[in-house]
Ligand binder design. Structure first.
Ligand SMILES: Cc1ncc(COP(=O)(O)O)c(C=O)c1O
Length: 390
């Protein structure tokens, strides 16, 4: 074998069956090969296990899929290259022309965009109401044949809590599927509810370090089987190296989530008592209007704390810029703390009624609380509030 041939057929290294790595290797390979055509055909006909092409399946992804499905309490999982890819791919797969979707004003912006603009191009209609409008949810589901309901809890940024039992019961009665973007609450929450499909951005708590993007669609086997063919054909799969990093992040998922929630509670208690803060939205506070519902539905309350400043736009920007430990940036759930001033929360394509329901005002500031020391985080909030109101 010439050396230029050798570099394309490097020596294989086999491990004995009784000699295993404690961390699974990254199968950074697009292709897998069987020994002969017959076995390849048996695989392609679904008659044997194996791997062939990484857009369809890859062992590094399989390990993460098994873990996430088990944590969320469902049969299986599909992985995508980002959180929004789970939303676009699953809605495109589940809906056809003429279907109707129930979605909510408080939903993540790109989710509303996909429903209002992308799916509308294919003749899918929708109704957009507030997640707090329980009579509206009943009315729509009883009067309009609906394919699916897509929602979040807690919502972004003001942490409203969806009444999941009510919503799933109404949807089930109407024959509509429920799709919960569970990114804020995490894999350990909401699994006991009658949800058909869970979506997660793995960019947030799963990876945890702000260095990789990904998404997960988690559902029972027969639903997922129907979606798999469509979604594999759309091609949004996760790269094996990204799957490895997310798998590594998952080892500390519970420790991080628990600590970040404790920090979020400390920050929200400080802010609640500060004279320049008109209101704090955090479901873990007993002053949150849905605190009891949150306690019933969740084992902890997440790491997003949103506040209404006494002033408005300018004070919000000054506050965000004065913070030393919170970077002005999008996203949430990573190890470091972040802040979104009113200027960055103001968009959203809302009508005046929808804006009122969103509860986002000119003084709204969103914090994503990280893993820093709680006392340092609180002290930083104190000094930044002092500077914002000089
Ligand atoms: C609730 C929610 N869903 C989905 C996403 C999208 O995730 P990604 O940024 O991984 O596409 C986000 C991102 O902020 C989010 O907050």
């Amino acid at each position: 074998m010439k050396k230029n041939t050798l570099v394309n057929h490097p020596p294989a290294v086999q491990l004995a069956a009784d000699n295993r790595p404690l961390v699974a290797p990254i199968y950074q390979s697009v292709k897998f090969s069987f020994d002969d055509t017959g076995e390849t055909l048996r695989y392609l006909r679904g008659e044997r296990e194996g791997f062939f092409y990484s857009r369809t399946s890859n062992p590094t992804l399989t390990q993460l899929q098994l873990l996430l499905a088990q944590l969320q309490g469902r049969d299986g999982c599909l992985l995508t290259g980002s959180g929004v890819a789970t939303i676009a791919a699953s809605l495109l797969s589940l809906c056809k022309q003429g279907d109707h979707i129930l979605a909510f004003v408080e939903s993540y912006g790109p989710t509303r965009y996909i429903v209002q603009h992308l799916l509308a191009k294919f003749g899918v209609t929708h109704t957009l109401i507030s997640i707090e409008d329980l009579p509206g949810i009943e009315r729509v589901l009883r009067e309009v044949p609906t394919r699916l309901v897509i929602f979040e809890s807690p919502t972004n940024p003001v942490t409203k809590i969806a009444d999941i039992e009510h919503l799933t019961a109404e949807a089930r009665r109407a024959g509509a599927l429920t799709v919960l973007d569970n990114t804020f609450a995490g894999f350990h929450n909401h699994g006991a509810y009658d949800i058909d499909i869970f979506l997660h951005s793995l960019t947030k708590y799963a990876s945890g370090h702000g260095d990789v993007m990904g998404g997960a669609i988690i559902a029972r086997a027969e639903l997922l089987a129907g979606m798999r063919k469509d979604i594999v054909s759309m091609g949004p799969t996760l790269d094996p190296h990204a799957a490895f990093l997310i798998q590594r992040g998952m080892r500390t998922y519970f420790l991080r989530y628990e600590r970040q929630c404790a920090n979020a509670l400390a920050a929200s208690l400080f802010l609640r008592d500060h004279p320049r803060v008109k209101h704090v939205h955090y479901p873990g506070l007993d002053s949150h209007p849905q605190h009891r519902l949150a306690r019933r539905q969740m084992s902890d309350f997440g790491t997003v704390v949103t506040l209404e400043l006494d002033g408005g736009f300018e004070e919000g920007a000054r506050f965000a810029e004065a913070l030393q430990l919170y970077s002005i940036s999008a996203s949430l759930g990573s190890a470091e703390s972040l802040v979104m001033p009113p200027q960055l929360l103001a968009g959203g394509e809302y009508t005046p009624d929808q804006r009122a329901a969103s509860l986002i005002t000119r003084g709204t500031v969103r914090l994503s609380i990280g893993l820093e020391d709680a006392a340092d985080l609180v002290e930083d909030l104190r000094q930044a509030l002092d500077q914002a109101f000089i």
